[in-house]
Design a protein. Structure first.
Ligand code: GAL
Length: 708
């Protein structure tokens, strides 16, 4: 199951004639070459294959779990469901290498060939998240050790140590064999490495590698001791081997480096397989791995450096599909490579066991496309008769015939075909960005707040995102290392770790006319997780012309009021001060007996055409909403569409030539929308020009506008 951390949490159309023509053409195209376009490595569109539809509907198929004489029926049902891609191979190690060095690929070759005969492309999953029993019996040292010192046993999955050289060697072996078999197969479009990197290991080998990593990073122990301030509690190290590996209760410098080491180790874990795939495959085949949205176990920007595209598993949990946080997770994933991505897994109506409503599967699929996905794959085609996930949502039941969700998914596929060519080559473009830093997130997580409050950095991030998304309708979530110049407004809710380099880049952005909003706890620490000697926001304090005099973690709620509005603050409060005559106080704490009494709570400074603003407390939602209206207006950000009713989401994907609007009614009441400009309705037969649209409950409308 996907870990969603703290936030984790119609029109019927038949398969049209043009669509059938497209399928025929698609089949011919496949026989030619499924060439991966050069866009693959550009910053815009990520995933186009010549010969394939621009939007792909797919599913996870595990042919090894079924008799071969069943495959034809499954693939026919998939084809009838408008499915164009299956992911196979994932977890099939024991079927591909039943004994060490004895490979059995004939069945998978036949499965891929059969899929091709049904015009279904293949993503090859490397099976390394599920090592076979012979491997773990023969090489028990490859089993991971958890943070309490227990070694994993066989029987679940992901029981390997991510740092084990032996395991990597064996993983390379099976991956290389797969690449030899499928690296030049025209029906195989790409590779998914492993599955949902997650479990790490504290075994002696991981620790040794951590020590070597630290040595490379710091060069000397003197340097490390200075950066981590190890004079504190006699932590000074005389030898790299003495340094513990722990996920909590450690020196903050060590904790940050441990997480960076983990990220680097997952990156080299990928590289181990990438090397052998690249050796034996066509460059057109992409390489990715499937991640889990807001999972905090590694720095996703780092882990995506050597991958071609991002792909993630979008599960709405127990039927509780909340479209705003879900859209936020899409924006996060788009930011990993700053280009279009895939939804490699999503639920066919439910995980275990509570369903979403009828219509929400389609709603969710279109939301993915609206935010920049080029493929949506359902997990899974049919449940294994036994195994840990027997109750999971599927497309066909144990008897092999369609379950109720099948028809809705089939409709999605038909609609992808209708709107696909207009969406080809398009991607979302945003005028606003939010900075997301894993380092800042971790640094706060190590020291969230006092025992009575819970400072959840992603909850704080979400609070800024929600109104920004509502006003701007498109938000990029980017790393602080990404380029800033394309944005009118950048918000960084709790940029706790702020290096001098990032601060300089942000200062330049503001001086060039950008608008920067920093939230509470920002600019407190440097990249070693060491407190800045300058008060918050550290290296940006001079530009701000103000600073934090004192911070407080508090269980009290207090009043704030001023030019920017009025409301309350809670959880964390910083008493600010002004040091420059150009800096204005926008909010003050109310009069009280506390240290906060009458102190500035929000300050701002105009810098040329730009501005820098610092908010020193966790404000209530209503006040954040109204402040966001001001930020958006001041920075000249315009929404995609005005007058959009509550519960309707508007997404825009565009290219130089045209733009496509995707409107989704996530609410449980029908909605109506007027537009001045007339647009081509892509989901209605004949593509009529429309100036208004009625969208039923969980309905979707897709419009194209030529010329931007
Ligand atoms: C995912 C995982 C799949 C399956 C699914 C069930 O996290 O990648 O293999 O377990 O959850 O929801």
């Amino acid at each position: 199951m996907v870990d969603f951390a703290a936030i984790e949490k119609m029109k019927r159309v038949s398969v049209s004639r043009p669509y059938m023509r497209c399928r025929k053409w698609f089949g011919l195209g496949l026989l030619a070459v499924a060439l991966f376009t050069s866009c693959m490595h550009s910053s815009a569109q990520a995933t186009r294959f010549s010969g394939a539809p621009p939007l792909l509907l797919g599913t996870a198929w595990y042919p090894e779990q079924w008799n071969e004489d069943r495959w034809e029926q499954d693939l026919s049902l998939m084809e009838a469901c408008n499915i164009h891609v299956v992911r196979v191979g994932e977890f099939a190690w024991s079927s591909l290498e039943p004994a060490k060095g004895q490979y059995k690929f004939d069945w998978l070759e036949r499965a891929v060939e059969k899929a091709a005969s049904h015009h279904i492309l293949v993503v090859m999953g490397t099976p390394t998240a599920a090592p076979p029993a012979w491997l773990t019996s023969k090489y028990p040292e490859t089993l991971r050790i958890d943070e309490d010192g227990h070694r994993d046993e066989h029987g679940e999955r992901q029981q390997f140590s991510f740092a084990s050289e032996r395991y990597r060697q064996l993983a390379r072996g099976i991956t290389e064999q797969m690449a030899i078999h499928f690296g030049h197969n025209s029906n195989v479009v790409g590779w998914q490495l492993d599955n949902e990197y997650r479990r790490i290991s504290y075994d002696p080998e991981s620790r040794r590698q951590f020590h070597a990593w630290l040595k490379t990073k710091y060069g000397s122990l003197d340097n490390l001791n200075a950066r981590w301030t190890t004079a504190y509690w006699s932590q000074a190290y005389d030898n790299f081997d003495e340094i513990p590996a722990r996920p909590s209760k450690e020196n903050p410098g060590l904790l940050l480096d441990w997480n960076r080491f983990v990220s680097d180790t997952w990156k080299s874990y990928s590289q181990n397989q990438i090397d052998v795939i690249r050796l034996h495959s066509d460059p057109r085949q992409f390489i990715t791995t499937n991640t889990m949205g807001w999972f905090s176990g590694f720095d996703h920007y780092m882990v995506h450096e050597n991958l071609d595209i991002a792909a993630w598993d979008d599960y709405a949990g127990r039927g509780d599909y909340q479209y705003v946080p879900n859209g936020m997770a899409h924006d996060l994933v788009r930011g990993f490579k700053q280009k279009n991505y895939w939804v490699m897994e999503t639920q066919a109506a439910f995980t275990q066991f509570e369903p979403m409503d009828r219509g929400q599967v389609r709603d969710m699929a279109w939301q993915a496309i609206g935010h920049g996905a080029d493929a949506v794959l359902y997990w899974q085609w049919r449940s294994a008769l036994n195994g840990q996930e027997q109750y999971h949502g599927v497309l066909v039941g144990t008897d092999g015939t369609p379950v109720p969700a099948y028809d809705e998914i089939k409709q999605v596929g038909a609609e992808f075909a209708k709107a696909g060519s207009a969406l080809a080559g398009t991607t979302p473009h945003s005028q606003v960005a939010m900075l997301h830093s894993y380092e800042a997130w971790w640094a706060i997580d190590f020291h969230r707040s006092n025992e009575t409050t819970d400072f959840n950095p992603i909850a704080s991030f979400t609070q800024f995102y929600v109104p920004l998304q509502r006003f701007a309708q498109s938000v990029d979530i980017i790393s602080p290392d990404a380029a800033f110049d394309q944005y009118r407004l950048i918000e960084a809710p709790a940029l706790n770790v702020l290096s001098r380099t990032t601060a300089d880049r942000l200062a330049k952005y503001v001086r060039q006319g950008g608008h920067l909003v920093l939230g509470v706890r920002s600019g407190m620490k440097d990249e070693y997780n060491t407190l800045h000697v300058q008060r918050q926001p550290g290296p940006l304090a001079d530009l701000l012309g103000g600073r934090v005099e004192q911070f407080y973690s508090t269980s009290k709620t207090f009043q704030v009021a001023g030019e920017a509005g009025s409301g309350t603050g809670h959880t964390w409060a910083e008493a600010l001060s002004v040091k420059n005559s150009e800096t204005k106080v926008l909010l003050r704490y109310g009069h009280s007996n506390s240290w906060l009494s009458d102190q500035p709570a929000m300050i701002t400074r105009r810098v040329g055409k730009g501005s820098i603003t610092y908010i020193g407390t966790w404000l209530d939602d209503a006040l954040v909403d109204s402040l966001t209206t001001g930020f958006v207006a001041e920075s000249g950000v315009s929404p995609i569409l005005k007058g959009v009713p509550d519960g309707v989401e508007v997404c825009e994907r565009s290219s130089k030539e045209h733009k496509v609007l995707i409107l989704i009614n996530h609410s449980t009441t029908p909605q109506h929308l007027d537009r001045q400009a007339s647009m081509r309705d892509l989901l209605v037969d004949g593509n009529p020009q429309q100036t208004s649209v009625d969208i039923p409950v969980y309905g979707v409308a897709v419009f194209e506008e030529k010329g931007k």
